[in-house]
Design a protein around this ligand. Sequence first.
Ligand code: GLN
Ligand code: ZN
Length: 758
Amino acid sequence: MHGMPRIGEGRSLKKALERFWAGRIPAEELQRTAAEIRHLNWKAMADAGIDFVPSNDFSLYDHVLDAAVMVGAIPERFRTEAGPIDLDRYFAMARGGAIDGHSAAPFELTKWFDTNYHHLVPEIEASTPFVPDTSKLRGEHTEAAALGIVTTPVLVGPLTLLLRSTGSSNRYALGRLDALVDAYGQVLAELHREGVPWVRLDEPVLVEDRDAKEVQALRNAYRQLAERSDRPSLVVSTYFGSVGSALPILADLPVEAVGLDFCRGAEQLGLLQSAGGLGDKVLMAGVVDGRNVWANDLDASLALLDQLADVAAEVVVSTSCSLMHVPVSLRAESNLSDEVLPWLAFAEEKLAELATLAKGFGLGRVVVAEELDTNRMVRRARLRSPRVVDATVRQRVAGLGNSDPRRSTRSEVRAAAQQVRLSLPPLPTTTIGSFPQTADLRSARAAWQTNHIDDVAYHASLCAEVDRVVRIQEEVGLDVLVHGEPERDDMVRYFADQLAGFVLPVEGWVQSYGSRCVRPPVLVGDVSRPRAMTVEWARYAQSGTSKPVKGMLTGPVTMLRWSFVRDDQTESETAVQLALAIRDELVDLQSAGIAIIQVDEPGLREGLPLRTAERADYLAWATRAFRVVTEPANSETQVHTHMCYAQLGDIMDALGELDVDVVSLEAARSGMALAADLKAADYQGGVGPGVYDVHTPGIPTIASIEVLLRRAVEALGSDRVWVNPDCGLKTRQYDQVVPALEHMVAAARKLRAELETD
Ligand code: GLN
Ligand code: ZN
């Protein structure tokens, strides 16, 4: 199997990391917590009877950073004469920090394939030296050996490391592969000397489109590695999809075993059959889903394993990918009903599934007859549960048919009607929605959740916060206000909590990056909205001001992408159900007199399939779901959306298909390059390209905002540019937010004055 969650039960690693960074515990204590997590994981796997127990799946921050450290690809600014990288330098690479008296910028963060995990981007340039450092690998192997467990170290493979590094966009990238593979060769030799029998190399880049040169590079790399006589046996493993046409090449690599994901790459069975199988290689068959939380369909998995037995010398029952993408254990779930609990499997429960499948496959189904019976019963119950199927929802979806929902008027007509209603100045100023979640707010929420204060008291503290946020915005002089989202700790969970069709695990934490964890809701059934979710807040905020207040909703695609999805219907079907529920909310906001409604979709770009061939289809259903939400908006209701990324290339056309009146986007870090891109793509609607980056500490100056704003106006014209920050302000502090917004308003006013005198 691929690996266990590394955040520990109760997020023990997160807590230890944050205490260590705050200087409250010494390194030894952090390392002790880390070792405990590893030991518990190894024990759990060994107890479940796992043969290939991984090591090095643990990381103090990120496994891709660990791989860069392993080959010694340390950028100049972090390098030291003193030998291996110490903890301070390691964390500085991850989070930035002072190195030898200078402040050093961290590695960039980016998404790990199509998961919600983010990895650090190694910096591999033309001149980056590779100096292997196997201390972590050997350390963990020895540590497990002391517990009597022989582990398989797992490493990010050389091609994946290279193609996930900064060098990947450069011409020389593949040119570095030889040197990198040489370093991997030395690593393997050292592990061999330690007596390590097997090593797994992960090459998930094979499930993306790869050109002939890259495939050839893979072939050469593994030939070079396999040639060494002083190496352990090798597994080359892929996950998150099908390797497609690369399958024969993978099958042909001179290694001892291949790992494939049959949960997201089911077509690989057929590919294996037509390629004539894996010959004398072992197949690590990923049949237990590491990306979702549903209990395995044991009958289906056993049937698949039987078929796979014909295409490989030996089949090892495995997870589809690391279990770091699912929560640790259902044991901690106190609020899930007895009905739903057996439908689910988190990491620990998935270990039991592996054990059952291995037994059933190896020794025959009779040996696990009882487990199979229970599994069938649970699956049948789930299919029939009223929690899952809601006839009203089904009817509504059917009623939509294949229609193409669109607002009834064209954008120019809408713009005119909205201007009559709103009378906004040119270059209107606004924010993305959330205001800082203060310590007071957090402690009030915690007190309410633990029943230390009642609903009335909690509600009063939220109202006070909305009053304050409205007052601040009026004082700053913003044109379109927000209520500040004090009632939301998470833009997806807040809605999931109020919609039918979701369950919310209380301890279902999954690592997002470093010490950051998220708690995705689980979509279990048809989605509907029993009652209004946000109207009261929007109305309350609007009652306190004469300026328009923007209503704030999370869009259907983001709700879907940041949740665990159903395995019994397609994502596009679920997206339509979500869209109908959010549409109900939009209609209610509109009826309550809210003139501007923002439907956030930061998850839309993230959901883009890894294969380009699948993207058009995805974008078609994703943008349609969005339009299902906004179709009932009248001409006079202004619809906004927000997405937080500047790289729009892949979805520029889709942006037009959303048919919104105003879109706000991240633009500051790339110096407003986005504005020119939007112009080049002939995007027509209103645009609020962020004029300052909310994640950069400090207060942006009027001049810096003015520069970006001028660029936006030059590219897009002054009649459709909005002025707003890059993203929501919830993680910021008021002492920076207020002056930053004042500067933003000052810059907007300055340009407005120029427009008037022109
Ligand atoms: N309205 C949300 C906020 O301001 C949008 C968050 C996001 O872009 N991820 O917090
Ligand atoms: Zn954002």
